[in-house]
Design a protein around this ligand. Structure first.
Ligand code: BYC
Length: 470
């Protein structure tokens, strides 16, 4: 479908030929702009940022790079290319044509999935609002804003679906998405991790490494959907999301590298405003486990239903990884603490869809932590960063409220309480990390707690003028 880049709302969904929808979205647009100014990156609106803007959905050349002011960013609506005669490839309706409109009986369930996905996008922008003031370098500042504007575009992607396919209810939901606020006691964001503060850059890197990675897996599961507009929308979001994950993975990696360099020289990181490995580990513990919770319960009738009806598939379902596209008569086995011991638990596979997705996610997290550890080895440091067990520190699901150590061994609630300060940062440690966050806004310079990245953006050098201040 042709891409209309000149339209008030750039799109490849032929908005010009749907005047009612176009009017509704153009009515929402100034409210989005208002929300952005109120809760988006504070105080950087007048500067020019070297940003990537989506301009197409083809494999090569889908984006444009250039200096723009964030409020002028062209947030558009882009769906991946349609697959002709696409069929539903999992669940009970396997083999039926993919839906181009929402089947009536699936309306509520689908709306809830779209709203939950949508809600995380503005939430993350709100969480990161103040980080610009303490950026460790221009390239980091630019990356923060890139992530922010693209989360804004992902909100547009979901709001398009709500407006187009869910009538008045969808329009109401789109308004509510701009009303809820991360961390607000009366009107919080839907999922818990999106109400936590993100007030320093180590947290930002952990968030983009672990929480954005949940985004990748959830989007991938929705990209399998039998509801074709959702599948195409999320497929394209995944293209943008890859950069966000690399900001996190490389970001934590660069903090680890800087600390390792100092340790190798025999310098105590704390003496020079850098971050000791023990503190990095505590931040990893916090953000990995709160991101595990984002997968929902391991044994979930919601997840079973979403799979059975063909709305949400398994990770890479379409790649033929699974023997039975209906996932019937199979059991998922896991272990859960009962009376202080790990006990085998069997969950019918369809009810274990969240657990399966979480396992795929966890394997990916193992890979990134291994990468950080290879950096430590390179600098001759014996200490390691460890990824906590999927059972540790869980609020949601079969382990929710139970006590385990980071290796996943059951312990008493008293022991868990007494060891909390070994595993999670104290107020003092968080204050220390914040004290390291001195802004560095000179080209090619970096704060002392983080190593420069290996490469720049879009083949530009690391010391490029990624942000032009006015
Ligand atoms: N916090 O059956 P259950 C991203 C609720 S991130 C609070 O166990 P279900 C991004 C749940 O809503 C990806 N509440 O699980 C990242 C349900 O309530 P209702 C976002 C929670 O429903 C960074 C009840 O508990 N996308 O894109 O299968 C930056 C029982 O739930 C939580 C999606 O999540 C929690 N952690 O699974 C920017 C995809 N967990 O409905 C963006 C869409 C569960 O009974 N969402 N609850 O009132 C979903 O697929 C599902 O809603 C979930 C939950 C996987 C989140």
């Amino acid at each position: 479908m042709a891409i209309d880049l000149q339209a008030k709302i750039p799109n490849n969904v032929d908005l010009a030929n749907d005047p009612k929808l176009q009017r509704a979205l153009e009515h929402w647009q100034p409210k989005f702009a208002e929300w952005w100014m109120e809760t988006g990156p504070s105080d950087f609106a007048k500067h020019d940022i070297y940003l990537r803007t989506a301009i197409g959905v083809g494999k090569g050349g889908w984006a444009n790079f250039g200096h723009v002011k964030m409020p002028d960013y062209r947030w558009g609506i882009f769906l991946a290319e349609p697959e002709p005669e696409r069929k539903i490839h999992f669940g009970d309706p396997v083999g039926q044509p993919a839906w181009q409109v929402v089947p009536g009986e699936l309306r509520n369930r689908l709306r809830r999935l779209v709203v939950t996905q949508a809600d995380t996008e503005p939430a993350s922008v709100e969480q990161q609002r103040l980080l610009g003031h303490t950026a460790p370098s221009l390239i980091d500042l630019r990356n923060l804003f890139q992530v922010n504007v693209e989360e804004g575009r992902h909100l547009w992607a979901m709001v398009y679906l709500l407006h187009k396919y869910f009538g008045a209810d969808g329009r109401d939901e789109a308004e509510d998405l701009l009303r809820r606020r991360s961390g607000n006691v009366d009107n919080p964001r839907i999922l818990q991790a999106f109400n936590k503060p993100v007030e320093d850059w180590l947290t930002f890197y952990c968030f983009t490494a672990f929480t954005d990675r949940d985004g990748k897996y959830q989007l991938a599961a929705l990209a399998e959907s039998g509801f074709d507009p959702l599948a195409r929308s999320t497929q394209f979001m995944l293209t943008e999301e890859a950069h966000h994950l690399s900001v996190g993975e490389n970001g934590v990696g660069r903090v680890v590298q800087r600390t390792a360099e100092l340790m190798q020289q025999g310098t105590d990181p704390r003496k020079v405003g850098a971050i000791p490995l023990e503190i990095i580990q505590k931040f990893v513990n916090d953000w990995s486990t709160s991101s595990y919770d984002l997968f929902g319960g391991e044994d979930s009738s919601n997840a079973a239903e979403a799979f059975s009806v063909g709305l949400k598939g398994r990770y890479r379902e379409g790649d033929g990884l699974y023997k039975d596209p209906k996932a019937l008569n199979q059991i998922y086995t896991t272990e859960v603490a009962e009376n202080g011991r790990l006990t085998r638990l069997e969950i019918p596979l369809r009810r274990a869809m969240n657990a399966l997705l979480l396992d795929s996610y966890h394997a990916d997290c193992v890979r990134i932590v291994d990468r950080w550890n290879r950096t430590l080895v390179k600098y001759g440091i014996e200490q390691k960063i460890t990824l906590p067990s999927l059972r540790f520190n869980r609020q949601i699901g079969i382990h929710g409220g139970k006590s385990y150590d980071p290796q996943g061994q059951p312990i008493s609630a008293d022991e868990a309480a007494s060891r909390k300060s070994d595993w999670f940062s104290s107020d003092d440690e968080r204050a220390y990390v914040k004290s390291c966050m001195v802004p560095v806004l000179e080209r090619g310079k970096f704060a002392n707690w983080v190593a420069p990245p290996a490469t720049g953006i879009n083949e530009k050098p690391v010391d490029f003028d990624y942000v032009q201040f006015h």
